[in-house]
Design a protein around this ligand. Sequence first.
Ligand SMILES: Cc1cc2nc3c(=O)[nH]c(=O)nc-3n(C[C@H](O)[C@H](O)[C@H](O)COP(=O)(O)OP(=O)(O)OC[C@H]3O[C@@H](n4cnc5c(N)ncnc54)[C@H](O)[C@@H]3O)c2cc1C
Length: 379
Amino acid sequence: MFDYLIVGAGFAGSVLAERLACQASKKVLLVEKRNHIGGNAYDCYDDSGVLIHKYGPHIFHTNSADVFDYLSRFTAWRRYEHRVLASVDGQLVPIPINLDTINRLYGTSYTSFTLEEFFRSVAEPRETIRTSEDVVVSRVGRELYEKFFRNYTRKQWGLDPSELDATVTARVPVRTNRDDRYFTDRFQAMPLHGFARMFERMLDHPNIKIMLNTDYREVRDFIPYRSMVYTGPIDEFFDNCYGKLPYRSLDFAFETLPESLHQPVAVVNYPNDHAYTRVTEFKYLTGQEHARTTLVYEYPKADGDPYYPVLNPATAEQYKAYKALADETCNVHFVGRLATYKSYNIDQVVAQALAEFDRITGRRNGTVPKLSTLVSARS
Ligand SMILES: Cc1cc2nc3c(=O)[nH]c(=O)nc-3n(C[C@H](O)[C@H](O)[C@H](O)COP(=O)(O)OP(=O)(O)OC[C@H]3O[C@@H](n4cnc5c(N)ncnc54)[C@H](O)[C@@H]3O)c2cc1C
């Protein structure tokens, strides 16, 4: 008899498996339908021996010392600060928009003291901020909105920003200084030997059994267990009884080149050209030394693996209905991005899983960071 059947070996399922096995001495069966652990953060070596992220680039960043300390039990880190350039008007300029972005784009010589005045002069104030377009235009004006945000959003979401809820863009990180780091979190680092190795160490415990290539629905009636932790899509758990919750998906096209580095930075965004949104060169993230290099092109699409929840008032209501069912379902804990229909980053999912562990075991030691403190840019 297993104490816990855990569905999904991403961060949510793996953190709970580790905590329950190691801290609460519970016997855990971790069931994963893919042929590997790690969920969407999984990395592996491609045919040329370059370390790639199979489901798109994952960069770890957090403001939580507790989350960082917890993950540090399973990996050493390499310092890494992420940088992104956007291809706009034939130039590669820093994104988030900063002092250099504006001066290079317009051939101006604003300083940190005068740039805010420029933004004020171009901003179009809105009485109510309802859509993603409102968020951006009210901060940086229509021209920058058109150059950097509008077409990128249309590609990414298949919708015009005027049709997207303000919460999707939340805030526009605009800087008046020359800071060109994509994230400003206190802790920014990559697992020294990759994410997959970190997951292997997390799950290496005699109380944890792992079953890959298995949809939990194939085994749930045959395997004796007391409680379940479910980290798959919440709508699927309830047989889509309130309809399918919408997600955006991606196609990843990998390309290996016979040169050691190809782009000037890890990620180049293409807001206005091409069908893909961005191109990532993995060696910047991993620090790997290799004669060849691998890049990935991301093509957004409507169907496929569920990646980004489409958050709007209608889907919030739909999720609420599923959440009510989940609350009534005894002995099942719903955790993670898909089970709680949230666009969470890694650190938020880890914090959510640690908090769930404390709830399950009745611990109230206050070591778990509050999710609301983990405010960060969407990845
Ligand atoms: C393209 C992309 C890029 C991202 N980049 C970043 C980034 O740079 N930094 C960052 O912090 N976050 C990033 N994220 C977010 C990050 O991926 C998530 O926060 C994290 O991986 C979520 O972990 P999870 O365990 O909740 O979900 P997942 O990683 O999705 O794991 C859920 C697992 O459950 C399995 N499963 C589902 N249904 C079943 C079933 N019926 N039976 C068995 N198994 C099942 C799935 O196969 C999957 O492995 C990115 C997300 C995407 C989509």
